[in-house]
Design a protein around this ligand. Structure first.
Ligand SMILES: [Zn+2]
Length: 121
């Protein structure tokens, strides 16, 4: 099963015991703890499609989060995963680029992370 961090979308996840009878996970990248509910497979297919439809119709990620009670990072991940599969995705509804969302910026930034200066080897 593919588990992603709801905050950083990282797949670098480790199991972290159980909470209220559900598997608890912790992200090794950002330390965020979350339960299985937040995982990709935790949402019904219909729910995911409703959120994607809202996105295609021009709703922002924050609006979808507010209305559907789903983390906007989860919606962003769905959009990224779905990509061209969206049937009527207008060209001007692009997936947000770096700088549009702080969390996404953090996520993208990690892809090109460089060693920090200030630590002489
Ligand atoms: Zn994370």
């Amino acid at each position: 099963m593919q588990i992603s961090c709801p905050k950083s979308a990282s797949n670098n996840i480790r199991k972290n015991g159980h909470r209220r009878g559900k598997q608890n996970y912790q992200c090794k990248d950002c330390g965020r703890q979350f339960i299985e509910f937040y995982s990709y497979n935790g949402y019904p297919k219909e729910f995911k499609e409703e959120c994607l439809t809202m996105y295609v119709n021009g709703n922002g990620f924050r609006a979808i989060e507010r209305i559907k009670k789903v983390n906007h990072n989860t919606v962003i991940r769905w959009v990224r995963e779905t990509g061209n599969q969206l049937p009527h995705s207008p060209e001007h509804y692009q997936i947000p680029q770096v700088g549009q969302l702080d969390e996404l910026q953090t996520f993208v930034g990690k892809k090109a992370v460089r060693p920090r200066s200030g630590f002489p080897s």
